[in-house]
Write a protein that binds this ligand. Structure first.
Ligand code: SF4
Ligand code: SF4
Length: 112
């Protein structure tokens, strides 16, 4: 499955039913700065981005004038490293698309 030409028309890698989906390291927490407590939380001894409505809570879904969904990361400049590493067209991107195409529940953690 080929990735779309624009991540804002996709957003697939920001969706999951898993609470422990987007790992937040110590460096990530520091980068999130004043947003850290709102955007992330600890589950056991590890921190993760908060999830809401089946996707990362930092994701907002808008609509283009034509009505297409527009997936917008509200913390793009401060996003965790795991999100930075997941480049469009990368093996991880293809993995996300293939996994969630096969499993609409999308409950698996990111394969990284
Ligand atoms: S990186 Fe891949 S899966 Fe994530 S939004 Fe972009 S095209 Fe979609
Ligand atoms: S921080 Fe941004 S890029 Fe990362 S999963 Fe959340 S919405 Fe997506």
């Amino acid at each position: 499955m080929n990735p779309p030409t624009d991540c804002r028309r996709c957003g697939v890698c920001c969706f999951s039913a898993a609470e422990q989906f987007v790992r937040v390291t110590g460096d990530d927490w520091a980068r999130l700065g004043t947003e850290a407590d709102r955007a992330a939380h600890f589950i056991g001894h590890r921190a993760f981005m908060r999830m809401r409505d089946g996707h990362c809570a930092a994701l907002e879904v808008h609509r283009t004038p034509g009505g297409a969904p527009d997936f917008f990361c509200t913390l793009y400049e401060r996003r965790p490293q795991i999100c930075r590493d997941l480049a469009r067209g990368s093996p991880e991107c293809h993995g996300e698309l293939a996994r969630k195409h096969a499993d609409a529940g999308g409950a698996a953690p990111r394969g990284r």
